[in-house]
Design a binder for this molecule. Structure first.
Ligand code: GLC
Length: 382
């Protein structure tokens, strides 16, 4: 591995090279992803912050430019008019995992004051989620795979119904699922006749967001909501046979919702059950599960759906490695967190700061460079 100084310099270059001063954010990759993506910008904010750069707060604030008066924050804000993700031509009708509260907490913990107006925006976004996306079982649901952030995860395969993974065909099914979406008068996705799921990772990230927000404002209401969602997730989604949290199919789908993916580990961010957290996290160190040499692998390499170089079918993702690192640190699993940090940093550099990489060889895949690969700076920070 290069020295920490080199990693920091390279991470800074990645963000600097795509920074849009007028917009106050980085598109994930100017050519491949030329718009603003919500969770990418939250991870960029965390990376900027690790670099000691105030643009962390600027980029986090920019995530709320497209927030609606009712609190909804879209998963994309378009830089040019577009209709690819719902009826609005300025922004997506869907959402993405709410990493913004964690990003705000990281920035605040590093000593930068997060202004009240931004915290108010974050609360409104969480309140929208709780009011509009909670099912009768108490879990939060999503209405399109895009909303999970893990667009082509094998957990969606029973909805997609393709004999083998084919990215182009998957794109076509995504469009069909968009047609199956119900949008409200504000062009917000509310339901789907074909795809509704309560994913373990989305629920874990949301419960974590509630707890992070609660800590920022010493807010007992949100602390209770975060604990409650974590408890529902434990009661409804824990898969004891695999030692992971499974997703729930609400409309459509089937057993693929329990395929072992890295998404099944993030319950460790919020569960109160130490034995479950440890069982899930142990799999991050196991080379037969997610702890491959250049991991974290999104699927165990022996799984029949594993494909080392195909998008969401096996490669390692820097933003998920980072969230796994946060989960490992929560349980004081220092050797595990250190291992995730080391492997993430090495692979980020070796892959040219790739969007994702082969979890066996470290070969860079997808867009290169990609903004969230700059999270490598987190591990290099003194
Ligand atoms: C892909 C990913 C999604 C990400 C986007 C921009 O669509 O699946 O999680 O936000 O690219 O990087």
């Amino acid at each position: 591995m290069r020295s920490s100084t080199d990693v920091v310099t390279a991470a800074r270059d990645v963000l600097e090279s795509s920074w849009l001063a007028d917009g106050g954010f980085c598109p994930p990759n100017a050519n491949v992803y030329p718009h603003q993506w919500l969770w990418d910008s939250c991870f960029h904010a965390i990376a900027w912050n690790a670099l000691g750069d105030k643009r962390g707060l600027t980029e986090l604030t920019s995530c709320f430019k497209a927030q609606l008066p009712n609190g909804f924050v879209p998963h994309m804000r378009y830089l040019q008019p577009n209709h690819a993700r719902g009826p609005s031509s300025s922004r997506s009708s869907y959402l993405q995992p709410p990493i913004f509260a964690h990003a705000a907490a990281v920035i605040a913990r590093s000593g930068t004051r997060v202004p009240d107006h931004l915290l108010d925006r974050i609360e409104a976004a969480l309140a929208w989620l709780w009011q509009n996306r909670r099912g009768e079982d108490g879990l939060l649901f999503i209405v399109h795979p895009w909303e999970s952030g893990a667009d082509d995860s094998p957990r969606w395969d029973d909805w997609i119904d393709l004999p083998t993974y084919d990215r182009q065909r998957y794109r076509e099914v995504d469009v069909r699922l968009k047609e199956a979406t119900t949008f409200d008068a504000d062009a917000i996705a509310t339901w789907s006749t074909e795809f509704v799921a309560a994913p373990a990772a989305f629920n874990a990230f949301a419960a974590h967001a509630a707890l992070e927000y609660a800590a920022l404002r010493d807010d007992e209401t949100w602390a209770a909501r975060g604990r409650e969602l974590a408890a529902v997730m434990d009661a409804e989604l824990w898969d004891d046979a695999q030692g992971l949290w499974a997703d729930r199919a609400v409309v459509g789908g089937g057993p693929s919702a329990a395929i072992p993916t890295l998404d099944g580990v993030f319950g460790a961010l919020v569960t109160d059950d130490e034995s479950r957290a440890v069982r899930a996290l142990d799999q991050l160190a196991d080379p037969q599960r997610f702890g491959t040499d250049q991991g974290l692998s999104f699927l165990p390499p022996s799984h029949p759906r594993f494909e080392a170089d195909q998008y969401w079918r096996g490669p390692a993702w820097p933003q998920l490695n980072y969230m796994a690192y946060v989960a490992a640190r929560r349980w004081s699993a220092a050797p595990l967190a250190d291992r995730i940090a080391a492997v993430s940093q090495t692979a980020a550099v070796a892959s040219g700061f790739a969007e994702y990489w082969d979890p066996l060889t470290g070969n860079g895949l997808g867009a290169i460079p990609q903004g969230w690969a700059a999270l490598a700076a987190v591990y290099a920070a003194p």
